[in-house]
Design a protein around this ligand. Structure first.
Ligand code: TRP
Length: 338
């Protein structure tokens, strides 16, 4: 195997508001990975993925800028990391075409996200929705990224990315694309719905009470946590005591992640407390950690031109890496003039 420079890539779809789940599961982790400094970090707003289901154009543009503001407010530094939107780096779409010719119909048909999103009427879904995972593979491999932090639900897409890399390498007898390692989020950063501890917190849940939005103010955050579903028992003293108590575990996890503590440390402090005492403590930590982020996001959103400059500069830096890799791919495949 060839040696590849350690490089992290991840993407988020600009499709609606950001939640506490996005923050703890993605943005905050990305900022930590950036600051570890043992690899180059590249983060992308995947607007081409967002249109696999048509978006209102003005809403998409706003969501893209808001996501950029969310990255920065969460600690992703556009100087230390490369931060950009996918459509501005044409190499993603170009490599995706090559990968459309590598991936097999059968591979794509097995993707559970495709089956879920297309539903019963697959014949009426867009070709883009079907090809989505090949574009995702291109996002990653156009940088020869070695590590990709994602949620559990994206694991299958990363396996497909490896299959595409392996098949391309085999088909052309090269050792060109790396076999990317997924960095799957642990339960510690997996945030569940405040209404149902077995469901992931989601921006598409019809109940706004089920989630904390990064745009929520202090009152809304405190009110939602106060009303969060719980069971009648006090908090356990040990981590094992959280088993089979999904709502209690979720609130303790959120506390731990926001306060940068372990679950055991939180229970050492709060074990034995009733939720009537724990929830206000949790609300204090949440307000303390989240309001500076929402304030910074609104500040950044007031200067659209500045956000657009940051994205343009990020795209330029991304292309410096992507363009030579695409060129080499074209040469391998036999494109004249590459
Ligand atoms: N499919 C990912 C999601 O919905 C987003 C994504 C697109 C992505 N391209 C990527 C994630 C490349 C990691 C790497 O969450």
């Amino acid at each position: 195997m060839a040696e590849f420079t350690p490089r992290v890539f991840s993407g988020i779809q600009p499709s609606g508001g950001l939640t506490l789940g996005n923050y703890l599961g993605a943005l905050k982790r990305f900022a930590t990975m950036q600051d570890q400094g043992s690899w180059q970090t590249i983060f992308c707003m995947v607007d081409l993925h967002a249109i696999t289901v048509w978006q209102d154009p003005a809403t998409l543009a706003r969501a893209t800028r808001e996501l950029c503001a969310g990255f920065i407010a969460s600690g992703v530094d556009p100087e230390k990391s490369i931060l950009f939107n996918q459509s501005q780096v044409v190499e993603h779409a170009q490599l995706a075409w090559i990968f459309n010719c590598v991936a097999r119909m059968g591979w794509m048909q097995r993707m559970t996200q495709w089956k879920d999103k297309a539903g019963k009427n697959q014949q009426n879904a867009s070709l883009g929705l079907f090809a989505y995972p090949a574009l995702m593979a291109a996002d990653i491999l156009v940088y020869h990224a070695t590590h990709v932090p994602v949620g559990e639900d994206q694991k299958q897409h990363l396996e497909l990315t490896r299959d595409i890399a392996i098949k391309f390498n085999n088909d052309f007898g090269v050792d060109f694309f790396p076999e990317t390692e997924p960095v799957i989020e642990g339960t510690a950063t997996r945030v569940m719905s405040l209404r149902d501890g077995s469901k992931k917190m989601s921006k598409s849940d019809p109940s706004d009470q089920s989630r904390i939005n990064l745009s929520d103010d202090a009152d809304a955050i405190a009110q939602k946590l106060r009303k969060a579903r719980t069971d009648p028992e006090p908090l356990p003293e040990t981590v094992a005591g959280l088993e089979d108590r999904p709502e209690a575990r979720n609130l303790v996890n959120i506390y731990a992640a926001l306060a940068d503590m372990t679950v055991a440390e939180v229970l050492a402090e709060h074990g034995g407390s009733q939720f009537s005492a724990f929830k206000p403590a949790l609300a204090d930590v949440a307000v303390d950690r989240l309001t500076p982020i929402s304030t910074e996001m609104s500040r950044l959103m007031q200067d659209q031109a500045e956000i657009d400059r940051i994205l343009a500069r990020g795209a330029e830096r991304a292309r410096e890496i992507a363009a030579p890799i695409l060129k080499k791919t074209y040469e391998i495949v036999g494109m004249v003039g590459a």
